[in-house]
Design a protein around this ligand. Structure first.
Ligand code: AHR
Length: 342
């Protein structure tokens, strides 16, 4: 039997309005403070605090929606959702609030890997299990979190590298110098570290590949566009553009078009992206993108399964990868679009 939580009656509930912002419209999320006084028997709910990164990308919006759809009151949960607006200090504050409110579980999607030891110690001292979702943390004491669910980011990077190698071979370009630029995600985030490392593993084996420069576009369309503009102004010949997520790819496509150049299978540059959001598959259908390595945002149900196991006192896997695929412009993209839910 769950402890009755008097605090929940009249407590502050953060409700986030998920603006349908995608490549066309990237707005700051609207966090609204509501007084919730209608929650009756809180003892019937599993109370979960979710410290999300922000709303920087299509992927992130789909990921948030997956949690909102899963942790609903009719499923027996009471979700406290906090949008960190891409700032670690906001996420740390959120975790401290969750601890004060004596939630049953904390779900953390950490914006970066470092800097979590102190606040996770506090959660441990309060006896609240922390489940990491999407990105990982680097902490001295691994017992500070219960488990992690997310993508194999390094493998995603290697898939992109292997795809490029095969593509260049098919195009008869395996001997020529290949000049590459990379738009990296938020520095020190697991998605950035993994994709950069995975692609580098393949790059190091290719003596004709030349990585001209890597620069962070923070996983956003606006910064992706700025970084691509800088690359186009700095390097005369670019053969390959790697974008460590779709929204930066959308920004890069805009910058490339503005510069009077083209990208995609018939374009001046090969464009590689990660996430495979619907808008990116559409870009591939328009011939603007060559390949997209999927990053699956639908992590809510996997985290719920973990919580259910913990509730039953069962063991959970420390690391759990989500299933992912890779899509390229030669596939039947119309059929693929019909299967996409994000
Ligand atoms: O951590 C997952 C990454 O974060 C996704 O690739 C990106 O779109 C998001 O912002």
């Amino acid at each position: 039997m769950r402890m009755r939580r008097a605090w929940i009656i009249g407590c502050l509930v953060l409700a986030v309005s998920i603006c349908g912002c995608s490549k066309q419209q990237q707005e700051e999320p609207e966090n609204t403070l509501l007084y919730e006084d209608e929650i009756e028997d809180s003892e019937d709910y599993i109370v979960v605090g979710f410290a999300q990164v922000g709303s920087e990308s299509d992927w992130r919006l789909a990921n948030t929606q997956s949690f909102l759809d899963t942790f609903k009151e009719e499923h027996g949960y009471y979700l406290l959702f906090e949008d960190g607006q891409q700032k670690q200090e906001n996420q740390i504050k959120a975790i401290r609030n969750f601890i004060l409110q004596e939630v049953d579980y904390i779900i953390l999607d950490p914006i970066v890997e470092t800097g979590w030891d102190a606040v996770l110690q506090e959660a441990k001292a309060a006896g609240i299990p922390v489940i990491l979702s999407d990105r990982l943390v680097e902490v001295e004491d691994e017992s500070l979190y219960t488990c992690w669910v997310g993508s194999d980011f390094e493998e995603e990077g290697r898939i992109a590298g292997r795809w490029l190698k095969d593509y260049l071979e098919d195009e008869g370009r395996s001997k020529e110098e290949i000049r590459i630029v990379t738009l990296q995600g938020t520095l020190d985030s697991s998605a950035q570290l993994g994709r950069t490392k995975g692609f580098s593993d393949i790059l190091e084996e290719q003596s004709n590949w030349n990585m001209l420069e890597r620069m962070s576009g923070d996983f956003t369309l606006t910064k992706g566009r700025e970084v691509m503009e800088y690359f186009l102004n700095t390097y005369e010949d670019i053969d390959v553009v790697i974008c460590e997520n779709d929204n930066m790819a959308f920004g890069a496509i805009e910058a490339i078009k503005d510069a009077g150049k083209t990208c995609g299978p018939d374009g001046d540059m090969i464009l590689i992206s990660f996430d495979a959001a619907q808008a990116a598959i559409e870009a591939m259908q328009r011939g603007e993108l060559n390949v997209d390595v999927e990053c699956n945002p639908l992590l809510g149900p996997m985290v719920e399964e973990i919580i259910q196991k913990l509730e039953r006192g069962e063991e959970v896997n420390r690391i759990q990868y989500v299933e992912e695929q890779c899509f390229d412009a030669l596939m039947d993209l119309d059929a693929i679009m019909g299967t996409r839910t994000y």
